[in-house]
Design a protein around this ligand. Structure first.
Ligand SMILES: [Zn+2]
Length: 460
């Protein structure tokens, strides 16, 4: 479907400008982020107690999923933890994954970050994610806000911001053991994880295991960790069944999205009717355009657990992206009723409502997007869809304002400046959006004056 036909010339113009932004970024950076409400929630549940045990505020620590098969995790300034999909998939137990997360949290708590030229950029993490989501939406044309694989975080190539030394590594291990004990969990997972991949230290240049290039392992280090872990009263405490299930479901979903169909079917053969297998197959069928099979699998899952919001969300995605937008509205409404606070659900619902031929639901779409953007004010895809919704509703000044916000979220300051100026001219003086447009003008001008080259590099 060509959206540009459905919107005014203004939107055709905006689309072109943003599409250019995407191409320049994509050619320079290959790595990508994944947004998925369910997996993010599982990771947050695994991480929050550990972060709290480290004396940090879980709300101040952002966790990002990097679409990369290699085994890696790292932290950056601004308290961001990045976990590769390879790490999530190769963790055999929740405890192993939690061990690595605890170790990374230890790096943050220990202040192991070196100075970098990004030091002055405060909203660094949210900038990354905002860029990602927006660009994916543009790439897809329609955009997938459900389980989206997102491309092009512009700064990824230069993220070597941790001082990896043996001293820091050992300190982070000790912190990790402490956090795990404080939260009544075993530290054995981290040791298992290290032992499983110990030989990688020898192959330190191996591309497959960057984690151990940056986190050097030694037998002394593992011994020191084991000493502490063995003393913990929780050393033999197993993972809860619930945590095991959540990790397996996250892995099944990721495999469905990331692996080829053959690989999914060999791991999850049709004879396997577990939730995990059905979940992976539902996704791989949908990706392979086998709509009927995908629906069979997801409907079977919904039957077993009708209150699971993520099943309904996946059903929305299957239908919506198969061109059955109107039918997809029921499932996403159900998902929202089961989980009213998820911003990505709201954005998904808004997409489907805006695609309806009539304008009846446009106001509802606008309300949903505005609500999602309260929770994620830097979600550039949300701003992009909001601009489209305003356009559909004939509110062009607000549409320009939303594009200014979207560009600002992506740190495309010359574009945010241009659209904020145009919006300000047309918006009613003194309104919230008029004031915000004025702010964006000032901030964008300042950013451009400060570092014109970088501001342009980021999105030409
Ligand atoms: Zn480390």
């Amino acid at each position: 479907m060509d959206r540009n036909n459905r919107f005014s010339a203004l939107f055709a113009q905006i689309f072109t400008v943003i599409a250019l932004c995407w191409f320049s970024v994509s050619s320079a950076y290959a790595q990508s982020l994944i947004r998925d409400t369910e997996i993010e929630e599982t990771l947050r549940e695994f991480s929050e107690p550990l972060i709290r045990a480290g004396g940090m505020d879980p709300k101040a620590v952002d966790i990002y999923i990097v679409n990369d098969k290699s085994l890696n995790a790292f932290v950056t300034r601004g308290q961001n933890i990045f976990l590769h999909t390879g790490l999530i998939l190769e963790s055999h137990t929740p405890n192993q994954l939690k061990g690595v997360i605890a170790h990374e949290a230890g790096h943050i708590a220990g202040g192991h970050l070196v100075r970098s030229d990004y030091g002055t950029r405060s909203a660094y993490g949210s900038m990354l994610i905002a860029a990602g989501l927006g660009l994916a939406a543009i790439l897809a044309g329609e955009g997938a806000a459900g389980s989206a694989i997102i491309a092009g975080a512009p700064q990824f190539g230069t993220l070597e911001v941790l001082a990896y030394t043996r001293v820091n590594e050992s300190a982070a291990d000790q912190y990790a053991a402490q956090y795990l004990e404080t939260t009544g969990q075993s530290g054995k997972g981290l040791i298992q994880f290290f032992e499983k991949f110990r030989y990688q230290e020898v192959l330190s240049n191996s591309k497959r295991r960057p984690y151990f290039r940056s986190h050097p392992l030694s037998s002394n280090r593992i011994d020191a960790l084991r000493e502490v872990v063995d003393e913990s009263p929780y050393t033999d405490k197993p993972d809860s069944e619930e945590d095991v299930y959540k990790l397996e479901m996250a892995q099944a979903k990721l495999r469905g999205f990331l692996d080829g169909q053959q690989s999914v079917f060999s791991r999850y053969p049709l004879s396997d009717t577990s939730d995990q297998a059905r979940y992976a197959r539902a996704v791989t069928y949908y990706k392979g355009a086998s709509l009927k099979n995908a629906l069979n699998e997801i409907n079977a899952l919904i039957e077993t657990d009708p209150e699971n919001p993520y099943y309904h969300e996946l059903k929305w995605q299957i239908l919506y992206e198969s061109g059955r937008g109107e039918e997809s509205i029921g499932p996403i409404r159900k998902a929202m009723s089961l989980k009213p606070d998820a911003p990505l659900f709201k954005i998904s619902a808004a997409q489907a409502l805006m695609d309806l031929p009539s304008n009846d639901k446009t106001e509802e779409a606008i309300a949903l997007l505005k609500s999602a953007l309260v929770t994620e004010p830097k979600n550039s895809a949300g701003w992009y869809y909001l601009s489209q919704a305003y356009g559909k509703a004939g509110q062009e000044p607000l549409a320009k304002y939303a594009i200014a916000e979207q560009s600002y979220a992506m740190s495309c300051f010359h574009r945010s400046l241009s659209f904020a100026r145009r919006a300000k001219e047309d918006l009613q003086r003194g309104t919230a959006q008029w004031r915000r447009a004025s702010d964006i003008i000032v901030i964008s001008e300042t950013q451009l004056a400060k570092d014109k080259k970088r501001a342009r590099q980021r999105c030409q």
